[in-house]
Every structure is written in structure tokens, then in C-alpha cells.
Design a protein around this ligand. Sequence first.
Ligand code: FAD
Length: 460
Amino acid sequence: MTKVVIIGGGPGGYEPALVAAQLGADVTVVERDGIGGACVLTDCVPSKSLIATSTRTTYVRESADLGIHIPEAAQDKSSVEVDIDQVNSRIKRLAQAQSEDTRARLVKEGVEVISGEARLVDPHIVAVGDRRITADIVLIATGAHPRELPTAKPDGERILTWRHLYDLEKLPEKLIVVGSGVTGAEFASAYQSLGSDVTLVSSRRLVMPTQDSDAAEVLEDVFMRRGMTVLRQTRAESVVRTDDGVRVTLSDGRTVDGSHCLMTVGMIPNTEGLGLEEAGVRLGDGGFVEVDRVSRTTVPGVYAAGDCTGVNMLASVAAMQGRIAMWHALGEAVAPLQLSTVASTVFTHPELAAVGASEDDVRSGRIDGRTVTLPLNTNPRAKMNEVRDGFVKLICRQHTGIVLGGVIVGPRASELILGVSIAVQQRLTVDDLAHTFSVYPSLSGSVTEAARSLMIASPE
Ligand SMILES: Cc1cc2nc3c(=O)[nH]c(=O)nc-3n(C[C@H](O)[C@H](O)[C@H](O)COP(=O)(O)OP(=O)(O)OC[C@H]3O[C@@H](n4cnc5c(N)ncnc54)[C@H](O)[C@@H]3O)c2cc1C
């Protein structure tokens, strides 16, 4: 029986554990904090649970055109009262329950779960405290932690990383979010909706520089319309405590005062002190584990998956890298990881979902393609719901019409993107999509309509 030891119990660890158990291996997962990992306990799951509350508050605040009015006496920010204590308790309860459910599932499938900190002694021996576990296959899935700036040390009270947010007893009155990547944008959007006065510090011309620029523009407009201050092309040099809050000094010399500061300036892989380099596992830039497309490290029998590899820091990618590692290690047929089909969402309000190739790929000539963008405000269902912001963008190959990618900005874009994802994954053409029934009226009708507008008329 093949012995598999997995270090780290996040999606990069527990998902492959299930695969390995299914394939008949003897599997042990070592986890120091809780099964589900940072994904379930502090990062993805808590943030999306917080956003469940903030999305509802936005709907309530912005429903006047649908005939829902907040009494005049209460028409200020506090018109919707958010009990952050209750919100945070719910989030922590939910995360804990999900962690316990996942642990129970592993145990049910015959996986041994050990609580503790693991270290690689050599490529085939993992140490947890005094215990030595011999392994045929080791999977490193240790995740990552928030990057900190030496001049802006989080204290957990006023200067925060996102992992401190759920211990706050009061809603931050004036929240300064440093960093306008996906994490910064999601929290800025959420706290603005919950009722905080939010300032977003962005080092770039536009928020979320890695996303479609039309989408980022829509979101920045929405943020500002809701009253957010966006400071562009500047960086936080330092963050210090003041008598009653924080002061952020920017690279252009300006200072911004707030009640709290949330730092979202990247992630550092949890690869230090694990014994990786001593065992011959090569680490690349920034300490991320180097892996190939079937998750092999530079040492035979040692695989790595998830945020510790820095490949594409998403739970779905972590899980897929881990599964691929197990299929490969245990002799199953396996296709290498395909990053060109990964779907992702920024859970702002509205949401921004994307899959596959981008319009930038077309403009720069990296792919020979065509694009179309349909604003959502022409969609009948959007009109009925008073949805004014957002669009559907499709990208297809120039001559064959094969769908290569798409971007959707709108409510529940995270759900709407699936149709485009299936088209990209299955190499469907715009004609295939255009001939697919969508419900009338529905936002997904814009996906089929976009496909119709990309159909090439047959020659006479
Ligand atoms: C705020 C935020 C929101 C996010 N939202 C989304 C989202 O909506 N969708 C999405 O797809 N992704 C999201 N992500 C990304 C997602 O959380 C990560 O990609 C995912 O957690 C990676 O999984 P992982 O298994 O690699 O690592 P983790 O989930 O970090 O798990 C690794 C585990 O290993 C443990 N560990 C580390 N070292 C050791 C050791 N030596 N011994 C034992 N255990 C160890 C850690 O304690 C941790 O529990 C979000 C990230 C952040 C920061």
C-alpha cells in the first residue's frame, strides 16, 4: 500500500487526501491550525460570509427605484444597522463548522488526521514533534500568510491584516485599505456597504491591475459613487497609531487619518523552516516551491500544491494541483494543470468574474481573436432589477469562433460565468453558445446574445 503524507490541511491538502484515499493509499494529513486551512478558517470562507451580509445591505440601500424606501428620518449611512458582533460571530461559527465537517469527511474516508506542525526530515520522512512518519509520497500544501511591511506592523487592534477583521467588536468608522488588488477591493467594497467610510490606497492608475481594465473601471466608478475615496498611484510608506486611530503616510507625502487600517499587500509562502531546501526541494522567487504542471517538485516523490507554490492563488487551483499530484503519484492517467481555463471572481458588489483569455491578449496580438462587450443595462432582466452597472464580454478565435474567454461584471457574475467556462473548457464555438437556450428574461441571456453578435454571417 502506498503511504502518502500531506503537510497542510487546506484545499491544497484535504482535496488530494480524498483522491488518494479513493485510490486506496494509506493517507495521513498533518495540520497545525485546523482542517480547511486558512481558506476555511481565515481567508476565503470568512470573507465570502462577510460579503453575504454586505451584499444584502447594498440591496437594501439601493432599492429606492424598486419602490422600497428607507424612512426619511433614517436616511444616512446608519439607515441599515449592521451588528458587526453578530456578523463576526456568525462568520467564525460557520468557518469552524466547515472545518469540522471537512475533518469528519476525511476521517470517514479513512484518512489519518494529525494535529501538529510537520517538517520534512528527508524526502521520505516527515517529523511531527517526536513522531517520524515514513512516506512513499509527500505533498507539501502549507499555504501562505499575509505580507507585512516593517513600517506598518499590524497590531491586531487598529493596524490589521484580514485575519484580524473578525475579532473587531465595532465596525471601523473610517477604514483605510492599503492595496487595491483582489483582496483589498473585496474588503473595501464590503466595508463601504456595511457602513464604514472607506479610503482605498492604490499604487496603480486603476484598481485591480491584474483584472480586465473595463471591469476595473466599472467597479472603481461604483465604489466612488457609493462614497469611497480612491487614492491612485501612491503607496503607503508607513502606518502608525495615533491617539484614537491610525495615520497612513503616502509615498507622495500626503497623510490620511482613519480609525483603522487594513493592509492587503500580498502573501508570503509558508515554506520557511520546513526542511525543504535541505531535502533538495528548490524554492523560487519569494520562497515559493517550484513545481511543474503535474505538481512535481525538484525531488522525486515530493509534490507541492496550492498557495505555497504561488501558481495562481485560488482555492480551486490549490485543490486541482493537489488532485493532479495524487493522480500522477498513484499512477492514474492525468492531464497537466491548464491555467488558461481557470475561472475566478472578485466578490465586490457587483461581482467581476473572468475565465480564459483576456481582451489584452487580443490587443497585444498574443492571440488572434475577436471580442464583443454588451452592457448589462440593455438586458431586460437587468432593467427589471434596476441593474445598471456591468457587462458581458466574450473573446473568441478570429476565424474558427472558438470561445477563448469571457468577463462578466454584474450581480452573481460568479454563477453566470459557468456557461462561458464550459464553452472555454470544451472548446465550443460562438455558434454553439448562440444556439443554446437561455431563459427569458435572464442575465445569462446576455451571454448567448454576445455569442450571437460574434457569429460570422454565412456567405451569400
Ligand atoms: C481574503 C482572501 C479571500 C479569498 N477568497 C477566495 C475566493 O473567494 N475563492 C478562491 O478560490 N480563493 C480565495 N482565496 C485564496 C484561497 O484562500 C487560497 O488560494 C487557498 O487557501 C489555498 O489553499 P492551500 O491549501 O494552498 O493553503 P491554506 O488554505 O493556507 O492551507 C494551508 C494549511 O497548512 C497549514 N500549515 C502550514 N505549515 C504547516 C506545517 N509545517 N505543518 C502543518 N500544517 C501546516 C496552515 O496552517 C494552513 O492551515 C482568498 C484568499 C484571501 C486571502
